[in-house]
Design a protein around this ligand. Structure first.
Ligand SMILES: [Zn+2]
Length: 522
């Protein structure tokens, strides 16, 4: 695209195409930062196979927009939303000042890397394979057999190298001695507002200062140094005491320097070629906050209310636990003090609500993305889910209570099924019980997605709950029945199995009648 000296390595994210997007008609294209932001209203969504890369790019775009548009009060957000697209004038002003800070291979100020490290490895350098940058896998893949992440034959095109670098601020995790996670700790689940176009999604993700970290040290906000204003050097194990919001979105938790190689070589991640590729890099511990730093409340993360004297901890994916089961903590007003602040902003003020890029009373599309790690940088599995959440559930505590009850009932039904199973079948069938529970939650997840969408402004919450209770019991029985059928024949007559299913059914309806006495069992 751009004319550069072929001897000089260069890949500027502002001018080179690297972001995969989907157009409204379904076509896919690779765009640069300028195009992605100025044409956001003509883009359906970011389109990347890895949801972690989607979150990473989303956060970079948000950081740039916050800096370029500087919304200070609700009327500023209203103006942006009503404009229907991002101001090219303001984006141009940003580019004039900072575009040169987005070159991956700049000698003096490489993007999200440390310029004091050379473009070629020096003697004594601890050189790492570039695969360290993108080591995530979708949950359920055979990680141990097919993950070539640590294979030193990996080589990344410049696009994939950029995407890998960008996952550091949001997803860098613990990695052995002295390697600390990024600003949000071991990566939380991120909640990202969606929308009809990328413009809607990004506009709904812009925050006013009152909703931004550093929430409890607002005096540090003025020290904000997003990457493009940050010194182009990342200190090894540097402790940063003053961090602003845009600094956090571009947080250099690792001290990195990519080693560019000339010549086209197919990327081992995406198969494409760019004039420069990279196979090795320096990858060390970079910035972190002090261990005793105040709670950092990322606007897109949810937290658990803390025990006394402790700080809230982010909600993270848990093995074997479907992400939708965190619905209450992620979205509902009962967790207002710890749910993603972006939801508080969306629902706090009628002035904001009225100009939202979502039509009034229409469900708000929210995407949830999380990554699970074994804390040793070995296993990375991502989980992704999406919800269209009716505004009523985000705002009305009484309606939200019904959803809490729904989930609690589902949890108890799971416990009842498991305890009946334990009573009737031997210990050696534990794995069947575990599979039964997983099957139950997976099936119920689909029912739940449909269920919450019925909370329109006029819907009768009591009736919705009653319907849910019946559906849940039916699904618990079906999962129990299916599990029992997979047991080997030895020692278990057909009659015993039928009896166990009957006991399970009786236990579930017994619990229903005790908890909701007004219910009539069918
Ligand atoms: Zn690639």
């Amino acid at each position: 695209m751009t004319q550069t000296n072929p001897q000089m390595p260069s890949f500027n994210l502002w001018t080179e195409a690297w972001i995969s997007v989907e157009r409204p008609g379904g076509g896919l294209e690779a765009l640069n930062l300028w195009q992605t932001l100025s044409e956001a209203h003509l883009i359906r969504a970011l389109y990347e196979p890895s949801p972690l890369v989607v979150v990473a790019i989303h956060r970079l775009l948000v950081a740039i927009l916050q800096a370029a548009l500087r919304p200070q009060q609700p009327s500023d957000l209203a103006q942006i939303w009503r404009g229907g697209q991002f101001s090219t004038e303001k984006l141009q002003a940003f580019a004039a000042a900072y575009a040169q800070r987005f070159d991956l291979f700049s000698a003096e100020a490489p993007f999200l890397q440390s310029a004091d490290l050379g473009l070629q490895p020096a003697k004594g350098d601890n050189v790492k394979p570039v695969g360290y940058l993108l080591s995530e896998q979708p949950a359920g893949t055979a990680v141990t057999h097919y993950n070539h992440t640590y294979d030193n034959r990996q080589q990344f095109c410049s696009r994939c190298a950029a995407k890998g670098l960008l996952t550091i601020p949001a997803f860098a995790s613990s990695g052995g001695a002295g390697i600390k996670p990024s600003i949000n700790g071991v990566p939380p689940i991120y909640v990202v507002p969606g929308g009809a176009t990328l413009f809607h999604s990004l506009a709904a993700s812009l925050t006013l200062p009152a909703y931004q970290p550093p929430n409890f040290q607002p005096q540090y906000a003025e020290y904000d140094t997003p990457w493009w204003e940050h010194e182009p050097i990342v200190p090894k194990k540097g402790i940063v005491r003053r961090v602003g919001y845009l600094h956090s979105l571009t947080f250099p938790a690792r001290r990195v320097r990519l080693h560019p190689r000339p010549g086209q070589a197919p990327c081992t991640r995406c198969g494409q070629m760019t004039p420069w590729h990279t196979a090795t890099m320096i990858y060390e511990m970079g910035e972190s906050r002090p261990d005793d730093a105040a709670w950092w409340r990322d606007p897109f993360a949810a937290y658990r209310p803390p025990k006394e004297g402790e700080q809230p901890t982010p909600i993270r994916p848990v093995e074997g636990r479907a992400i939708w089961r965190e619905f209450v903590a992620l979205f509902l007003p009962v967790n207002r003090d710890h749910r993603p602040v972006i939801l508080n902003q969306l629902t706090d003020s009628d002035r904001i609500r009225n100009v939202l890029p979502y039509s009034r009373d229409a469900p708000i599309p929210l995407r949830i993305i999380g990554v699970r790690t074994d804390m040793k940088m070995k296993t990375f599995e991502w989980q992704e889910s999406g919800f269209d959440v009716p505004p009523r559930l985000l705002t009305d505590p009484d309606s939200a209570k019904y959803v809490e009850k729904s989930l609690e009932f589902a949890r108890q039904c799971d416990n009842i099924s498991k305890s009946v199973f334990d009573k009737w079948f031997e210990k050696r069938f534990q794995s069947v019980k575990t599979a039964m529970s997983q099957q139950y939650w997976q099936q119920l997840g689909q029912t739940f997605h449909h269920h919450i969408q019925q909370y329109s402004a006029q819907a009768d919450a009591e009736a919705l709950l009653r319907a849910w209770l019946q559906q849940t019991i039916r699904q618990a029985i079906a999962a129990f029945q299916a599990a029992v059928e997979t047991l080997p024949d030895d020692g278990h007559t057909l009659r015993q199995r039928i009896e166990a299913v009957n006991r399970c059914r009786a236990g579930l309806y017994g619990y229903l009648n005790k908890t909701y006495p007004q219910e009539e069992t069918p």
